[in-house]
Design a protein around this ligand. Structure first.
Ligand code: 13P
Length: 258
């Protein structure tokens, strides 16, 4: 048993406006008992426009739910229309910023180099990156999923000091399992998560690698989370569709009760 606290994070993607966000977080707060947070860390990753509302709710009611952004700019300020900076997210007391989600890589051309700059920008402002990596279907069919994913890890962590890398969260999200209902097997998840941990030991050291939380993401539901979490190198999940249903998300958080 590792002493890593699992992180269950709901990536809402482009869903739930700020009013819906308030209702949703209230439902989570109501359904989760204090003891749930002792064994599992719970986070929501809403759209930018919801963050202020979520912050107000979490602060006002002293909720233990953490929150973060789905992206972060590599720049601190300036002429970058449409972008949201680290200082802005830090001001909203975001704990996390998702970086390099496959949808950002696919639709917004984010490269490993861009991810690397964003990881550094997050740390500069005290925000913990949730770095997303994972292969598409063609790469998986060619049996290249491990080297492909490790190359993404290498690229995003380039020149990142150990003091920062030790707190990073890495989410292994095979693209073919995202939003498709086709979940990776627990063995698939373990294979890549353990390869990522070994790579962290090579890039840094074993102590650091043993501290880093590595999540699985891709069609996670209450019905499959327990089997995935039973694998030794899986330290939580990044949940898309199922996180939009508060009851389902709470069941995922309580995977140990199943
Ligand atoms: O992309 C994901 C989380 O970041 C996974 O999405 P789904 O859980 O909807 O497959």
């Amino acid at each position: 048993m590792s002493d890593r606290t699992p992180l269950m994070a709901g990536n809402w993607k482009m869903n739930l406006n700020h009013l819906e966000a308030i209702a949703h977080v209230q439902k989570l707060a109501f359904a989760l008992a204090d003891k749930d947070y002792d064994t599992v860390e719970v986070a929501v990753l809403p759209p930018f426009t919801d963050l202020r509302s979520v912050q107000t709710l979490v602060d006002g009611d002293k909720l233990k739910i953490k929150y973060g952004a789905q992206d972060i700019s590599a720049h601190d300020s300036g002429a970058y229309t449409g972008e949201i900076s680290g200082p802005m997210l830090a001001k909203l007391k975001c704990t996390y910023a998702t970086i390099g989600h496959s949808e950002r890589r696919q639709y917004h051309g984010e490269t490993d180099q861009v991810c690397n700059a964003k990881v550094k920008a997050a740390y500069k402002h005290g925000i913990t990156p949730i770095l997303c990596v994972g292969e598409g279907l063609e790469v998986r069919k060619a049996g290249q999923h491990v080297p492909h994913t490790l190359a993404q890890v290498d690229g995003a962590l380039e020149d990142l000091p150990a003091e920062q890398a030790e707190s990073i969260v890495i989410a292994y999200e095979p693209v073919w399992a995202i939003g498709t209902g086709e979940v990776a097997t627990p063995e698939d998840a373990q294979e890549v998560c353990s390869a990522i941990r070994k790579r962290l030991a090579e890039l840094y050291n074993k102590d650091l690698a043993d501290k880093v939380r590595i999540q699985y993401g891709g069609s996670v539901k209450a019905a499959n989370i327990a089997a995935i979490m039973a694998k030794p190198d899986v330290d939580g999940a990044l949940i898309g569709g199922a996180a939009l249903d508060a009851d389902e998300f709470v069941k995922i958080v309580r995977f140990r009760d199943q």
